[in-house]
Design a protein around this ligand. Sequence first.
Ligand SMILES: CC(=O)SCCNC(=O)CCNC(=O)[C@H](O)C(C)(C)COP(=O)(O)OP(=O)(O)OC[C@H]1O[C@@H](n2cnc3c(N)ncnc32)[C@H](O)[C@@H]1OP(=O)(O)O
Ligand SMILES: O=C([O-])CC(=O)C(=O)O
Length: 352
Amino acid sequence: MDTSICSIDGMEGILRYRGIEVEQLEQMPYDAVSYLLIYGKIPAPQELEAYSRKLREERYINREILNVLKVCNYGTEALDSLRTAVCCSAHMDEEKDDSSMEANMNKSIRLVAKFPTLVAAVHRYKTGKFLIAPDEKLSHGANFLYMLRGTVPSAIEAEAIEKDFILSAEHELNPSTFSLRITASTMADIYSAVITGLCTLKGPLHGGARKGVMDMLDEVASHENAEQYVLDKFSRKEKVMGFGHRVYKTCDPRAKLFKDIAKKLADDHGDTQWYDLAERLEQVMYREFMQNKGRPIYPNVDFYSAVVYKYLEIPPELATSVFAAGRVSGWVSHYFEQYSHNRVIRPRANYI
Ligand SMILES: CC(=O)SCCNC(=O)CCNC(=O)[C@H](O)C(C)(C)COP(=O)(O)OP(=O)(O)OC[C@H]1O[C@@H](n2cnc3c(N)ncnc32)[C@H](O)[C@@H]1OP(=O)(O)O
Ligand SMILES: O=C([O-])CC(=O)C(=O)O
């Protein structure tokens, strides 16, 4: 399948969105990267201002959707609640029956803008707290942390979540995006496609691994226990979450960038517990893989992002939903690419 959205060099560990390396992209605001993914070019200052304004205006959620979310939230996983809320957003969208390019573009902006608000609402309801309205003065990332935690984040925290959204935004034909493209290829609507992506992201071998890493950090608790944890996993032939990748044969470039963000947060918080533990797990995994399989294994995007979430006080059960809030820009971009050069995706099976 051809794409002009993203390219990965799995041997060299290079990731580009629209031809630009992620190391450069993470220096930009999320709004600019989201625009780049959707419209295919870096926005001019006026274009960025207009796009940012629309995103800020669209952060609010209809009261009916919040009521449904409140009711369905008890005893369900966060991602399932988010999925229900996105389904309700589809019903409530005033342009739901309009599949013109303009209406689809409006819907995609709504999806990008509202995902963080919905994720924050899921968490606030689950923890019995009152909802916090979006603050239009704050950036996409900072506003999310504000709605989630109830206080305006520090500059370092705001930068960390903004980078998280950017580094999580896009990754070519990963499982969730591929499943979204299949739905798009049947000419289904954009909400149906995004919900397909969201459902596929959930699995522990894909976006669900971020929660898996957070659970592992809690279980291992200290870098002194890391070695035994990995040895036990090896002896039971179980996978360690946040390691390995189908495409990268070297370190995932996003893992390196997330590691730097985690270090900055650890130093800022004056607490290196989670960073030290993660680094020890990385070392032991590398050594054990070399010894047992004669080849290395590296952390993937979910590993150090989970460490970043520990420092940002994002709870494990919310990790995959926060990932989705970043990924939604990539998803809608793939929807447009599929929709505009469409042929139904229908592989053949090899009958055995
Ligand atoms: C956003 C994302 O989706 S990034 C990926 C997130 N997923 C995870 O972190 C889950 C853990 N990792 C994995 O399950 C895998 O590495 C995947 C799914 C990411 C990639 O899978 P594949 O490239 O198909 O590798 P596959 O699962 O076939 O494993 C190949 C070998 O490496 C081993 N291996 C791969 N990943 C791991 C791991 N995390 N821990 C331990 N062993 C591993 C497998 O046991 C297998 O060993 P074998 O050859 O001795 O049987
Ligand atoms: O590309 C993949 O298979 C998984 C991945 O790293 C992502 O979705 O970010």
